[in-house]
Write a protein that binds this ligand. Structure first.
Ligand code: CMP
Length: 140
């Protein structure tokens, strides 16, 4: 399989509790190459744009408020089978259902404050990478 890119966010809950370093370590230990990384805060409007596919969901308002509540770390990651492998390493959306050894099992507090986001498909990975990174920022 050829190299694939995916996009990830270390969410405000994980940054706030000082889990950034451990999550980066877990990603690198699992073979992900970090080709782009920055810490920033986004506005509610920018969170709404990012999560536009969830606009009709009941949790949309709460989710976008949470995602704009503090610093996040956005990551461009590269690896063979990166999209599926990141989802596996993250664990289930609901940390109560996450397998041991996963990032969410270790660091997530709730279904909303669940430590990390990862793209769920190739099309979304493209959209999400482009949302936060310009081509020249990626050290591919
Ligand atoms: P994420 O992978 O970032 O994509 C959408 C996010 O919505 C998800 O992680 C959760 O943090 C958040 N969310 C909040 N409530 C729910 C819910 N009931 N079901 C699924 N996702 C939820």
């Amino acid at each position: 399989m050829t190299l694939q890119r995916t996009f990830s966010i270390i969410k405000p809950d994980a940054v706030k509790k000082g889990a950034t370093g451990d999550i980066l370590h877990m990603l690198q230990h699992a073979g992900f190459n970090i080709i782009g990384m920055k810490m920033l805060e986004i506005t509610k409007q920018q969170a709404e744009g990012f999560y536009a596919v969830h606009a009709s969901r009941p949790f949309f308002n709460s989710l976008t408020t949470f995602m704009s509540s503090g610093p996040i770390v956005v990551l461009a990651l590269e690896k063979e089978n990166a999209i599926a492998d990141l989802r596996k390493l993250m664990g289930a959306t609901d940390p109560a259902k996450a397998d041991s050894g996963t990032i969410r099992k270790k660091h997530a507090a709730s279904i909303e404050a669940n430590a990390i986001h990862g793209s769920d498909a190739e099309e979304t990975a493209k959209f999400e990478l482009n949302y936060f990174f310009a081509g020249y920022e990626l050290a591919g």
